[in-house]
Design a protein around this ligand. Sequence first.
Ligand code: NAI
Ligand code: MG
Length: 503
Amino acid sequence: MLDTPHPTPAAPCLDQQKLATALSGLHFIGGRYVPAVSGKTFPVVNPATGIQVATAAEGDAADVDAAVRDAARAQKEWAKVPARKRGALVHQCAALLKEHQEELARLIALETGKALRTESRVEAGVVADVFEFFGGLGSELKGESVPFAPNVLSVTVREPLGVVGAIIPWNVPMLLMALKVAPALVAGNTVVVKSAEEAPLAVLRICELMNRVLPPGCFNMVSGMGPECGAPLVEHPLVRKVTFTGSVETGKIVAKAASQKLVPVTLELGGKSPMIVFQDCDFAKTVSGALTSMRFTRQGQSCTAASRIYVERPIFDAFVAEMKKAVDAMVMGDPLDEKTDIGTIISQGQFEKVQAYIAEGKATAGATAHECSAMPSDPALKKGLFLRPVIFTGLDGNSRLVKEEIFGPVTVIQAFDDPEAVLAEANDSEYGLAASLWTNNLKVGLDLAHRLEAGLVQINQNLVVQANLSYGGVKSSGLGKEASLEAMLEHFTHKKTIMVNMA
Ligand code: NAI
Ligand code: MG
C-alpha cells in the first residue's frame, strides 16, 4: 500500500503530463491507489510523439483477486443502499466528471492520440452524460405483481448480479467504460474494470474521481495485459457477470470462459458498417455525413465506422470527388492543438495492421487509392503514428478490405444500381453492428432499414452511441445491448419471484 492514497491532484489538472506521471504504476482497488502485487509496470506511450508519458501497473491474477474480493465485500452493502440513492450518487459522480471534462480530455488525447477538439473533449462530455442518464434511472428498477391465485401475493423484484467484470478497449475507453460501469452501479452491482493496455490513464483518473463519491470497493480498476489480467477477471469465481468490448477473436475467448462458470456475458465486438447513398439524397449533407460516419476524426478507429460505402451509380463519381475534397480539408496534426481534426493511430501494431490493408488495396488490379490530407510538418511529431486517410474505389465485394474490420482511416466506395442488390451486399457480412441510409425517399429508406441486419440503422444521419438508445450488434458484432434502461435491467439485474401465501 502507498503511504499516500491519493498521489494525484484533487483539483482539475490541465497539465496532462503531470497528471500522467502522478497516475503512473497504479491500480485503484478498495478505494485507494495501489501498485501491482508483483511491482511490475509497463510503459504508456504518446502515439503522437512516440515518447513514454507514464507507466501502468502490470496486473495479474493476484491483483485481480484483491480487486474482486474488495468488490464482493462492498457489493453486500451497496445493494442495501436504496436504488434511488445509488442513482443519486452516480449522478453526483457525473457532476464531478463534468468539472473535470477538460482535464480528462487532455489526458485521453495524450495517451490515445485522439484530437482534443474533435474527439477527446467530446468523449469526456459524453461520459458525464452517460453517468447522468443512468443516475436518473435508480427508481426504474421496478418489479411486477403477477396474478397467480386468490390469497397469494406474487411479485417480482430486480436484484443485482454481484461483482461485474468489465473489459474495455482503447478506442473510446472512457465512454465504453461508462456504458458498463454506470448501469452496473445503479443496479446495485460493484465493478472491477480491466483497462486497455494502450490507454489506462483516463479511466484510472475517473475511477479515483468517482471513489470520492462512492463507498470504497464499488468501483475498482486494474490494468494489465489481456491473458494475464483480463482472463483471470473473467474466470474469477466471485465475478457474476462479464461485459466486454473489443475484437471478435478475444470476445469468443471471453464468452467461452464465462460459459464455463455459467455467468451471463455481454459482448460488443465491432463491425463493417455499410453506408448506402441514394441519388435523391441531400448531396452536401451526405458527403459531410460520410466523413462523420467513417469517424475520420477518430482515424476510423470505431466499431461503427462506415467502412463500406455504396453509392448509386449516377452520383458515384461526384460523390467520390467531393468526399476526397472534404477529407483533404481536414487537418492532421498534434492531438492537443485546437486546429487539429485528425490525430494518430493508437499503436505501432495497429499502424502496421492498417498499413498492410492499404498496401493490399493498392496492389489490387483495378483499384484506385485516393489518399487524403497532408501529413503534419512539426518535427516533434516525426515519430507520431500519423496515417493519411484513404478512400478506395475499384475494389470488388470479395476484397478483404470490404469484408474485414480494418479499424483505421480506410473506406471503400462501390457503385450500385439496384436497391435489392445493394441490400444483399450490405447483409453479406459476418458483422451486423450499424448501418446508415441516405435518401429523401422514406418509403425506400424505412423498408431497407427493416431488412438490414444490424443493431442500429440510421437514415440521413450516422451518430455514435447515445444514452437512452439501445446499442449492440447482431451476428459476430456481439451479444446484448448497452446504453439504455432496458439494457440495465436485462444485463445487470436478475428477476426474482417472491410469493406470499396469505390464505
Ligand atoms: P482485443 O479484443 O484483443 O482487446 C480488448 C480488451 O480485451 C483489452 O483490454 C485486452 O487487454 C483484453 N483482452 C485481450 N485478451 C484477453 C483475454 N484472453 N481475456 C480477457 N481479456 C483479454 O483488441 P485489440 O488487440 O486491442 O485490437 C484488435 C482489433 O480488435 C482491432 O484492430 C479492431 O479490429 C478490434 N477492436 C474492436 C473494438 C470495438 O470497439 N468493438 C475496440 C478495439 C479493437
Ligand atoms: Mg488483442
